[in-house]
Design a protein around this ligand. Sequence first.
Ligand code: APR
Ligand code: ZN
Ligand code: ZN
Length: 361
Amino acid sequence: MPQQVQAVIAPGKDEPVRVETIVIPDPGPGEAVVKIQACGVCHTDLHYKQGGINDEFPFLLGHEAAGVVETVGEGVTDVAPGDFVILNWRAVCGQCRACLRGRPWYCFDTHNAKQKMTLLDGTELSPALGIGAFAEKTLVASGQCTKVDPEVAPEVAGLLGCGVMAGIGAAINTGQVGRGDSVAVIGCGGVGDAAIAGARLAGAAKIIAVDIDDRKLETAKKMGATHTVNSRATDAVEEIRALTGGNGADVVIEAVGRPETYEQAFYARDLAGTVVLVGVPTPDMKLELPLLDVFGRGGSLKSSWYGDCLPSRDFPMLVDLHQQGRLDLAAFVTETIGIGDVEQAFARMHDGDVLRSVVVF
Ligand code: APR
Ligand code: ZN
Ligand code: ZN
């Protein structure tokens, strides 16, 4: 029987979000209905609401979520009703060239639930990042569910579904930060702070946090930054070089998504160092660098897409580290809120007041 539940909808470009009743179909082949327990508010939800991603309104927002599988459709064997899961927005196909080459994080054919959730009048909803989890329940592909230790607090677990995984993965998967490395992170919002936490986990010796806001630098210290640089007050590249014996950092992670910060990252790395771009640029942005510098500086320039994560490998591992007290995921949760407070949470996020607001159900 299709079910009716409460959910947060973005009805049209730049319109305030609304709590509405939506209809969830029974799971079809390869699908699962998940009872959501917590879902973080991410910048991408705001971008959907602003029409910055596409214009397929109405959107069902929310995509950083954890909950319990309620029912599964035909052929689902990877999860079962009662499993506690973190949702991911990239269920990989296992068959494309990237998957077959053992690099499924580049999968060309990720998929979501085939059936549509709707409003009461039958209008089809576009779920944010193929999830749509500011809802009491949601419909996903079973491959979007990763089982983790059910003892973990849902509001903490859900964060691994997007921003925190992107940041930690930028450091440990894409940047391949190793023991003793020097790491600089430019931009210390939720993603940059997670990159700092990831660099600490990986055993980096020096972790330099760069931001233009002193409040962010204070939080970055709590996440593991050993040095901080306010790039409004000083030249970030010179400071990073000075802090690394004149060389530059082994790994520089850009977590803003702007040409000027990418350029800083490029020049702040050691000659053989790695630059990781995890901040998401807008389509109009361009980067201009002297080609001779690209040639002469060696090293590598990489982008990190969802932290190059493999949910089934990375989510349970990070939950375990959190449960053991070795990774403080709770530090990312500034506040827990109700389903009716998402619009307000967007405003607070826009003002830089929160790392994460998390809707709890
Ligand atoms: N130099 C250094 N830091 C900057 C600069 C700058 N020129 N401009 C902004 N910042 C800082 C902000 O002060 C803030 O602390 O970058 C941080 C950005 O953080 P958030 O806005 O909280 O964004 P976050 O969720 O961390 O995402 C960062 O990664 O995944 C992407 O789409 C996401 O592009 C975004 C980026
Ligand atoms: Zn694939
Ligand atoms: Zn997100």
